[in-house]
Unconditional design. Structure first.
Length: 244
């Protein structure tokens, strides 16, 4: 297995020192009313020549330095919340490693204090689903800490082929977000039976379901057919576009 290509230390230092950060707000739409329910704040990073750098590449590179990871993630969350659209819930992605990198795991955790101080709307914290058992354990501790402050959580990337579902995690979150892989595999009968079962479980336990990757009217029709509560994707890019 080849090592993943990471950003150079020079590039990371420049990015951190000059705070070459941005944020894009992508609307989450109610299937029934087609109104905006919430926004997801997506991290954006730029090089010295203003070229967009993939966020996953930035975070993967920062994982070699936990304190730098914490610093960048925290500054990103400050930016995302400070420009959040008033009157709509705001979904923010948070890496479990970032959350615990400060060494504070109780109610004094810096991220938790930041979320609690946001008064413009409700904050929903998205956890990334993956195949590492340690991440699942960390997710459970993180969800428990957030729940004690009445902060809702969502599990992201469900049904992504590179992730696995932690049944313990999925029981505790308030929202289940399906990866765009669902749309790509809508004609796979056995796969869709699994998707429908998860949706039925979600609704029977008062959770809400969000389908990501909606780009066409046909994708929206699939979301309605599956009885999803909300959708997200480029289908709404021109109708609702908010970038800071």
């Amino acid at each position: 297995m080849k090592d993943k290509k990471l950003l150079s230390p020079k590039c990371l230092i420049d990015l951190i020192e000059n705070k070459r950060f941005g944020v894009e707000y992508q609307p989450i739409i109610c299937c029934k009313s087609q109104d905006i329910f919430a926004y997801e704040s997506l991290a954006r990073f730029y090089s010295a020549d203003n070229t967009l750098i993939r966020p996953d590449l930035v975070y993967e590179s920062l994982h070699t330095s936990p304190l730098s990871l914490f610093q960048v993630e925290y500054q990103q969350k400050q930016l995302q919340l400070s420009h959040a659209i008033t009157g709509h819930d705001i979904f923010v992605n948070l890496d479990q490693d970032s959350y615990f990198a400060s060494g504070v795991i109780d109610q004094s955790n810096p991220f938790l204090k930041l979320f609690k101080s946001h008064t413009k709307s409700n904050v929903v914290v998205e956890l990334i689903e993956n195949s590492e058992i340690n991440d699942a354990i960390m997710s459970l501790a993180m969800i428990d800490n957030l729940a004690k402050s009445d902060i809702h959580t969502a599990i992201d990337d469900v049904c992504n082929p590179q992730s696995m579902i932690s049944t313990s995690v999925i029981q505790l979150v308030n929202y289940i977000k399906f990866d765009k892989f669902v749309i790509k595999n809508k004609n796979n009968r056995n796969f869709m039976l699994l998707v429908k079962s998860i949706i039925d479980y979600a609704h029977s336990t008062n959770k809400k379901v969000i389908l990501e990757g909606v780009e066409t009217y046909e994708d929206l029709a699939l979301a309605n057919q599956l009885n999803c509560d909300f959708v997200q994707g480029f289908y709404y890019r021109d109708r609702f576009k908010n970038i800071s």
